[in-house]
Design a protein around this ligand. Structure first.
Ligand code: GLU
Length: 344
């Protein structure tokens, strides 16, 4: 009779210990934030790579001559979780130009430097264009002219809003911000910069048109050049996934733990990505996948799952809208397989 309370106490203690261990593990950031088993992430990435490895639809961008020379068969995938786990498949470490995937990051820098979410609304615009990324017509049609920071007009306007005394300072602020997002040093791929700088008459026309309308806030030639350089920053699928994971993680790089972007600006950037990340296919992407993402004519795409992870893909062959065919399909597959879409 005397021993019973003691046994009950031990049994209760054991149960309490089990509950405690369970609670500890289930609330660890890695498990609490991921509704999926971490083991499956690498497996799904490999599946996506195998599934689309032979997909040859689309063609390299060639309006920037150097981009036509990038081997078309390259195909890399990377996924980074908010607690810093990295999974890769295929050519995830091939260096290619970031191109328009830089646009949300420079928009983020503008928000941060001005410490004011209204800066983009008032000085650039936040509406999707429904028109191609390099549309001159969009500047004429929309009252805000530059339209939004994820098309070329708005991206050059955003570059011009980065406070700086010189073009060198402006570019180095932009590059440093991208590096902090990535948690590593990045370099410009000079051949692509020179190739685009020699052939970017369309963007030059847009920059000067914005000047006419008072919607560019530095010398248009300077904004054009810094923008062209920004687009030529070299990244890999792994790097893009890390930059995306920094957005997913409330602006904190999952590895360096640096608060690169103030958390309050992150939803603004993700909203721009959801509504304008795929140019005139943004509606379709939101409809099919439902994730904020950004594409670039270099063949890179990064998609962000807030609070959980980012997935990036690289494949140079693009569709008519300028979006990488395989990268889109691979990310869509990963998203569906893991149930990542925000509206599911
Ligand atoms: N540098 C490219 C351009 O301005 C970027 C376009 C893109 O990636 O969509 O045309």
């Amino acid at each position: 009779m005397k021993a019973t309370p003691c046994f009950i106490t031990l049994a209760v203690l054991r149960k309490m210990a089990l509950v405690l261990v369970f609670l500890l593990f289930s609330t660890h950031p890695a498990w609490a934030r991921l509704s999926v088993d971490a083991d499956i992430l690498g497996q799904v990435l490999q599946e996506a790579h195998a599934l689309f490895a032979d997909d040859t639809e689309g063609a390299n961008a060639d309006y920037i001559p150097e981009l036509a020379r990038v081997p078309s068969e390259l195909f890399g995938l990377a996924l980074v979780t908010v607690d810093g786990q990295v999974f890769i498949a295929g050519d995830a470490d091939y260096d290619f130009t970031i191109q328009s995937v830089s646009k949300p990051f420079t928009a983020a820098l503008v928000l941060q430097e001005h410490d004011d979410p209204e800066i983009l609304v008032e000085k650039v615009g936040v509406e999707p264009t429904g028109l191609p990324f390099n549309s001159v017509l969009a500047v004429e049609l929309h009252a805000s002219r530059s339209v939004n920071p994820l098309v070329n007009a708005g991206a050059m306007a955003a570059v011009s809003l980065v406070p700086a005394e010189s073009d060198m300072e402006r570019f180095s602020k932009i590059k440093q911000f991208h590096e902090a997002m990535a948690g590593q040093e990045l370099s410009v791929i000079e051949e692509v910069y020179r190739s685009e700088a020699a052939t970017n008459q369309g963007n030059r026309a847009i920059a000067h048109l914005l000047k006419k309308y008072g919607r560019i806030y530095a010398d248009p030639e300077e904004a054009l050049d810094v923008y062209t350089r920004q687009c030529a920053i070299g990244v890999t699928a792994r790097v893009l996934a890390m930059m995306g994971a920094t957005l997913a993680n409330g602006g904190v790089n999952p590895i360096s733990k640096e608060q690169v972007l103030e958390a309050r600006h992150v939803p603004k950037v993700l909203a721009l990505m959801l509504t304008a990340g795929f140019y005139d296919e943004s509606g379709r992407w939101a409809y099919d996948v439902g994730l904020p993402a950004k594409t670039g004519v270099g063949g890179g795409i990064v998609a962000v799952v807030p609070g959980k992870l980012a997935v990036a893909a690289f494949s140079p062959r693009l569709n008519q809208a300028g979006n990488s065919v395989r990268a889109m399909r691979a990310i869509e597959y990963v998203s569906q397989r893991l149930g990542l879409g925000l509206f599911q």
